[in-house]
Design a protein around this ligand. Structure first.
Ligand SMILES: Nc1ncnc2c1ncn2[C@@H]1O[C@H](COP(=O)(O)OP(=O)(O)OP(=O)(O)O)[C@@H](O)[C@H]1O
Length: 282
């Protein structure tokens, strides 16, 4: 009863500043949840929230032992969360950075993007026909500097023939991933992080797992051509979509990489856009 009074008094003392404080925290939690939704962190997060919910419940019901154990182990818990959620935390922070700064990996001018997309699509389609295994990463806002270091620097203009040449079997650069930034092939033979997801089909080997793995920890677009079947797949945001043909691949790459004309994705741009829509609706 005493504990309940403490909580009621706290609620009574809420002023405008603390209400804003609560709203900001609630918004940040909501955004973080949206980013990690449908990743392996979602289930873990639900479990942790349930345990955290036990703190006020045990406090109100005077369950001294439960309350003491949970509140005393929370520090170790926070440390464990940071270690377990390291990839997801990185993703959330990168996502925040992405909203603040404008895109850097994708070429600015539409013509240039279209050309890069055309060259990549042609190469991927040809490699699919000849069943040449390939792994192509298109960098967007998440910097892939660490990954570049694992491969060999190429630094050449993107062209279908160069891409096809890189992946010719038994040549020095065919193993691993090729990274594209803007309209340049930066490096080949790069090692990508493998996904740890248990939900992926056992039929998919390490090439596809590497594509999903990188797309889980970055906003890169990753293309895979299967050496076994010639199937074209695309991984974005931890999801792999299979069986693309040339037209569908060109369409999806254009949709992802070509920024809507004049659209400002930065926070300032979004606020401006929101104010503009408010003005027109009022
Ligand atoms: N971590 C990694 N980073 C980059 N490339 C990788 C990685 N792991 C494997 N690869 C590439 O994938 C090739 C092996 O593909 P594997 O047959 O295991 O995959 P798969 O998904 O079954 O693809 P495929 O359908 O082409 O056989 C390696 O030779 C290498 O080029």
């Amino acid at each position: 009863m005493e504990n309940l009074n403490v909580i009621l008094n706290t609620v009574k003392n809420i002023n405008v500043t603390s209400a804003i404080d609560i709203l900001v925290v609630a918004y940040l939690i909501y955004r973080a949840y949206k980013i990690i939704k449908e990743t392996r962190a979602e289930q873990l997060l639900k479990g942790i929230l349930l345990i955290l919910l036990l703190i006020p419940v045990s406090f109100i019901l005077n369950l001294t032992m439960v309350y003491t154990i949970i509140s005393k182990t929370i520090t170790i818990g926070v440390l464990s969360i940071i270690i377990i959620f390291q990839p997801e935390i990185r993703r959330v922070l990168e996502h925040i950075g992405r909203s603040t700064f404008t895109e850097r990996g994708v070429p600015r001018q539409d013509e240039s993007i279209e050309k890069v997309i055309r060259e990549i699509t042609t190469a991927v389609d040809n490699m699919s026909e000849s069943k040449t295994g390939a792994l192509i990463v298109i960098e967007r806002t998440t910097g892939l500097g660490e990954i570049l270091g694992s491969g060999t620097i190429v630094d050449a203009v993107v062209s279908a023939s160069l891409l096809e040449n890189i992946f010719v079997p038994n040549t020095p650069l065919h193993d691993g991933a090729t990274i594209i930034r803007m309209n340049r092939i930066l490096a080949s033979g790069c090692v990508l992080p493998l996904t740890g997801s248990q939900e992926i089909s056992k039929k998919l080997g390490t090439r596809h797992r590497a594509a999903i793995g990188l797309s889980e920890v970055s906003d890169a677009v990753v293309l895979v051509v299967s050496e076994e079947t010639g199937t074209i797949s695309l991984a974005v945001n931890g999801k792999l979509v299979r069986n693309y043909d040339r037209e569908r691949l060109q369409a999806i790459l254009t949709k992802i990489l070509k920024k809507e004309e004049g659209k400002d994705e930065s926070i300032r741009g979004r606020v401006r856009e929101w104010l503009r829509t408010k003005k027109t609706t009022s």
